[in-house]
Design a protein around this ligand. Structure first.
Ligand code: VGL
Ligand code: ZN
Length: 198
């Protein structure tokens, strides 16, 4: 069964010292590099925002980072400015082995809409093209690792399962933001979507 490893958003801004640092985000890099050796197909995702992205609290009057606003496509957490296209913060962690990547998928590049998932933007209907790529390569099983467990890994895993892929998430190679119980909710949601978590 053709399988792919999908490495979600292992970028400087999600690592300690970054603009939206995830605790221990850098601890998973060595283990991911080892796991890359076990897969024929490796795909990386890269959060890739314009400077005026609508998910940034800085673009909203009187909204603090980590507050939630209603967007036309639903509720959206407002984040500190992060992963700005071409910036050092948007670059992959320097130790991540990117050489084996067959595909790097960028997301969140449209100003008016965020994209947590590697498959669909946050309206849950605009495709990134990843599903088509995987299907045309006849890949049916996915292992996901990366940052952050409760946002981009979670949304990607649930979408993948709903699209019919067999999905596993290696929790030891993920780290979470964990806002207001978001990690527990993500684990529950992934399980009920049929994602294997271990
Ligand atoms: C992410 C918040 C904003 C993630 C990306 O990679 O989980 N979280 N942008
Ligand atoms: Zn982002």
């Amino acid at each position: 069964m053709p399988e792919a490893l999908i490495v979600i958003d292992v970028q400087n801004d999600f690592c300690p010292g970054g603009a939206l640092a995830v605790a221990g985000g850098d601890e998973i890099v060595a283990g991911i590099n080892t796991l890359i050796g076990d897969f024929d197909t490796v795909i990386l995702t890269q959060d890739w925002h314009p400077t005026d992205h609508s998910s940034f609290a800085s673009q909203h009057r009187a909204q603090d980072p980590f507050s939630v606003v209603d967007m036309p496509y639903g509720p959206q957490v407002l984040w500190p400015d992060h992963c700005i296209q071409g910036s050092r913060g948007a670059a992959f962690h320097a130790d991540l082995n990117t050489d084996r990547a067959d595909l790097i998928i960028r997301k969140g590049f449209r100003r008016t809409i965020d994209s947590y998932s590697a498959f669909f933007e946050n309206d849950h209907e605009t495709p990134t093209g990843l599903a088509g790529y995987l299907r045309s390569r006849e890949i049916t099983a996915l292992t996901l690792v990366g940052l952050a467990t409760d946002y981009c890994v979670n949304f990607s895993a649930v979408d993948a399962a709903e699209l019919g892929f067999t999905v596993a998430v290696r929790m030891d190679l993920c780290r979470a933001i964990d806002l207001d119980g978001s990690l527990a909710a993500a684990v529950k949601g992934m399980r009920s979507a049929g994602v294997r978590i271990y």
